[in-house]
Design a binder for this molecule. Structure first.
Ligand code: ZN
Length: 488
């Protein structure tokens, strides 16, 4: 297990480098290096003797921790063993072809070049799901890769309940806010932005002696070990929000990675139980804390000092309103907190129907536009801002999108539990002290590692499992207060 963790760490380092500092001419060489390392990881994972050791050890595992470790390890190994090597290879090749076709299609502003490669990926993903095994719903086998324990029949009713509450909420907020964006048309020097994001990391308690921040086109969190957590952010001079919320988001992931128990390091327990739970931590800091008035009452004076010309005359209330504007956009990554999950409902619904064979790839662009109209009442201007906007399907990722919505829902439920446990949570945040919240999350979420499946952990911490109720209550309270409209 330690060898595998070490290999995964080095793969993480090479991947981080690929996205940050790798000279362009080295790209093919790095792709080869990564492929070799991933091959070694796979060989080690599926080696027959590892199965023998795991079997013998599982039988004599005495403590709960040992049992949890064996369970997590065996789950990863079984999944890897079940998919035949030639299918893994064909999938990798087809992903490469689909990615190229997706770029060509975007360039041509036409879905057609992407249709056949996507169809091929669907066929292969169905094969993969059958090889992994499922109880009749192939999507479950793919979902399991990102969200162990989650099932389609558990997920979809929650997403539908969320959709049915969000649609009227979005309608009730139509036309709000009426005024102009207080941040629009301003230029924020890159160096000052960078310094401020590093200061933010320190304020939130990210340990810069056990991690670092760099720049990349698409922000992400990676690294080699809980003592070496690598965040990236994106600095855009005419868009302050990109760096601020990129850093807050990745910092949430980073605090999770730094929060695993030391005794779990180099074991399968030093990991989040699911992508959705990992995302709950990034969204909690980015949105629930990072877009709150309390947080900015404490931090905004520093931001004003960093940008005196741009923000000196903008009051904190106007800044808070600017970072919480609600506007229906066809583009997921530009969406606000209120509309965001409707974009996820759309993608989840469509990929599920494609995988089931109920929706033909040729009909995908039309189905996309129809559903966007139904959910948000808008149309994309073209396929680049429509069905071709995300890279996920070009990678062949099916079952990934729901983890974003799960992150939002789990975040709201976890924060509510923290509020119950810490009555002074918000006054503390309002005076610049996020330590109590961070410590609570560390104890109840981060330190648990992957001992429990995500929803079981959420049940343990909050008393209830996956639900949209806490998230919707949060939206109603926040945007009701901001807009002065009745959202109940
Ligand atoms: Zn994230």
């Amino acid at each position: 297990m330690r060898e595998l963790k070490d290999l995964a760490g080095i793969i993480g380092l090479a991947t981080w480098d690929q996205e940050t500092y790798l000279p362009p001419k080295a790209e093919p060489a790095r792709a080869g290096q990564l492929s070799t390392l991933q091959g070694l990881y796979h060989q080690r994972l599926v080696a027959p003797e590892v199965g023998d050791w795991l079997g013998a050890w599982s039988e004599k595992a005495v403590s709960d921790d040992e049992r949890a470790m064996a369970r997590v390890f065996a789950r990863e190994r079984d999944r890897a063993i079940r998919v035949p090597a030639d299918l893994v290879r064909t999938l990798a090749e087809s992903q490469g072809a689909a990615l190229t076709a997706w770029r060509v299609a975007r360039e041509a502003r036409s879905f057609t070049p992407f249709a056949a490669p996507l169809e091929r990926l669907l066929v292969l993903r169905r094969e993969q799901a059958d090889a992994i095994g499922h109880g009749g719903e192939r999507y479950d086998a793919l979902l399991e890769g990102y969200e162990p324990g989650m099932r389609t029949e558990r997920l979809m009713p929650v997403l539908h309940a969320l959709r049915d509450r969000l649609i009227p909420l979005v309608q009730a907020l139509a036309g709000w806010p009426p005024g102009a964006d207080a941040l629009a048309g301003r230029r924020f020097p890159a160096e000052a932005q960078w310094r401020f994001t590093v200061e933010l990391l320190g304020r939130l308690g990210f340990d810069l002696e056990a991690g670092r921040q760099d720049r990349s086109v698409h922000p992400f969190t990676g690294g080699t070990h809980p003592t070496d957590v690598r965040l990236t952010t994106r600095v855009v001079e005419d868009n302050l929000s990109a760096a601020l919320f990129g850093t807050l988001h990745e910092c949430g992931h980073g605090l999770y990675e730094q929060g695993f128990r030391e005794s779990d390091h180099r074991t399968p327990l030093a990991a989040a139980p699911s992508m959705g739970l990992h995302e709950s931590q990034s969204r909690l800091w980015e949105n629930l804390v990072g877009r709150s008035l309390a947080f900015w009452r404490a931090v905004y004076p520093r931001l004003q000092r960093a940008f005196p010309g741009e923000l000196g005359a903008v009051p904190v209330e106007a800044f808070h309103a600017a970072i919480n504007r609600v506007a229906r956009t066809p583009v997921r990554v530009e969406a606000d907190e209120v509309t965001y999950n409707l974009h996820i409902v759309l993608r989840t619904e469509l990929e599920l129907e494609m995988l089931r064979g109920n929706l033909a790839v040729a009909d995908l662009p039309g189905a996309w536009n129809a559903m966007l109209r139904e959910l948000l009442g808008i149309e994309p201007p073209d396929v680049v801002k429509g069905v071709l906007q995300d890279i996920h399907w070009a990678w062949g990722e099916l079952g990934y999108f729901p983890t974003y919505a799960l992150g939002n829902l789990y975040a709201a439920s976890l924060l509510r539990a923290a509020e119950r446990a810490l009555p002074d949570l918000w006054p503390a945040i309002g005076s610049g002290e996020v330590g109590p919240l961070r410590s609570w999350l560390r104890t109840h979420v981060h330190a648990e590692g992957s001992r429990l499946d995500a929803e079981d952990l959420v049940v343990k911490v909050t008393g209830s499992g996956l639900t949209d109720v806490d998230f919707v209550a949060y939206l109603r309270a926040k945007y009701g207060a901001l807009s002065g409209r009745n959202l109940s």
